[in-house]
Design a protein around this ligand. Structure first.
Ligand code: TRP
Ligand code: SF4
Length: 332
């Protein structure tokens, strides 16, 4: 039986960090054997907020794909492509925008939140309001059965489901399957300042940070904020450093660290040193693969060309069906 399909994308705002790794990429990797995977760079989505400063978008696209491959996403199993290289996304976005009621977009929680938070940028644009419509086009284009995303993106997939149903209903068709949300468990790992890891906060540890950089960042990490002195007992359950131990340090050692922390037998400086070494060791295979790929970026480019082509073929065929459904077939 043919595998069911999933589609997910990322905006190219920078190189991949641990937030991406544990919040998306490792989950994608787990899914790649069971599903027909389409993973793409949402560069037009990046333009909704970076429209005044678009150079960064193109620059990072290939770096990101190389990062994806380095963590073990397999181009033999997954189709990687670039949104703006499949122009049909723009056409489907346009058509879906005709049938999407404005209130569906205006009540979108992510939209409201970002308008409030990203005040340095003017996001009162047509394109930004329509962000989820473009996302629906990305997903429906490939007739995805599932969409692996984090909690923050779930409302967008809900909207996609509503748009799919509305399209099918209006045009009495079954062109679009209604895709399921495949929720990625939220990672406990935070940035070095204990906020969500993000390039814009400057608190990220990148997959390709050299060991010295990892050591430096880990040494700056905020631990249990209640623990002022080495003689105070700490609480690993609220310590970001400890969350990293849980993932990267040998399980036997982890329980020992927790006990020593609670008994004030280990200081945070020493604890961080141990964690930094575990993390460096854990990331080494990724760094190694990434180094190798970095010397052969033409290979990454070939993978993208092939992926774009595969995506385009599906997009062309879906758009034929969509044009038929809306009684506007191209007949010239
Ligand atoms: N909005 C998503 C994000 O910011 C990126 C994205 C664009 C996406 N199109 C998508 C995710 C389609 C899943 C499916 O992370
Ligand atoms: Fe966190 Fe380790 Fe310090 Fe305990 S000793 S508070 S686990 S950094």
């Amino acid at each position: 039986m043919a595998k069911k399909r999933i589609v997910s994308g990322m905006r190219p705002t920078g190189r991949m960090h641990l937030g991406h790794l544990h919040g998306a990429l490792l989950n994608w990797k787990d899914l790649q054997d069971e599903w027909d995977c389409f993973f793409f760079i949402a560069d037009w989505h990046a333009l909704t907020s970076e429209y005044a400063n678009p150079a960064i978008i193109k620059q990072t696209t290939y770096e990101i794909i190389a990062d994806w491959i380095s963590v073990g996403l397999d181009p033999e199993k997954c189709t990687f492509f670039i949104q703006s290289e499949v122009k049909e996304h723009a056409e489907l976005h346009l058509i879906l925008s005709m049938i999407t009621p404005l209130p569906w977009l205006e009540r979108n929680p992510t939209y409201k939140e970002q308008l409030k938070e990203l005040t340095q940028k003017d996001l009162h644009t047509y394109g930004f309001l329509g962000y989820p419509v473009l996302q629906a086009a990305d997903i429906l284009m490939y007739k995805a059965n599932g969409v692996p995303v984090g909690e923050d993106q779930a409302p967008h997939v809900e909207l996609t489901r509503e748009i799919a149903r509305r399209f099918n209903y209006l045009y009495k068709t079954q062109v679009f399957p209604v895709p399921d949300v495949i929720l990625t468990p939220t990672s406990k790992l935070l940035g070095i300042d204990r906020r969500k890891m993000s390039k814009s906060y400057g608190n990220a540890i990148y997959l390709t940070d050299p060991p010295g950089e990892v050591e430096k960042k880990v040494s700056q990490m905020i631990t249990d904020p209640q623990r002022k002195r080495k003689t105070d007992p700490g609480d690993p359950d609220i310590c970001n450093v400890y969350f990293y131990h849980e993932i990267y340090t040998d399980p036997g050692k982890v329980s020992e660290i927790a006990a020593s922390c609670r008994a004030a037998r280990i200081g945070c400086v020493e604890c961080k040193k141990i964690m930094a070494q575990s993390l460096i060791k854990g990331l080494e295979p990724i760094r190694e693969k990434r180094r190798e790929l970095g010397a052969h970026m033409d290979r990454v480019k070939e993978i993208m060309v092939a992926g774009n082509r595969r995506a385009r073929a599906i997009a062309e065929s879906t758009m034929e069906e969509v044009r038929q459904a809306i009684k506007m077939p191209s007949d010239l």
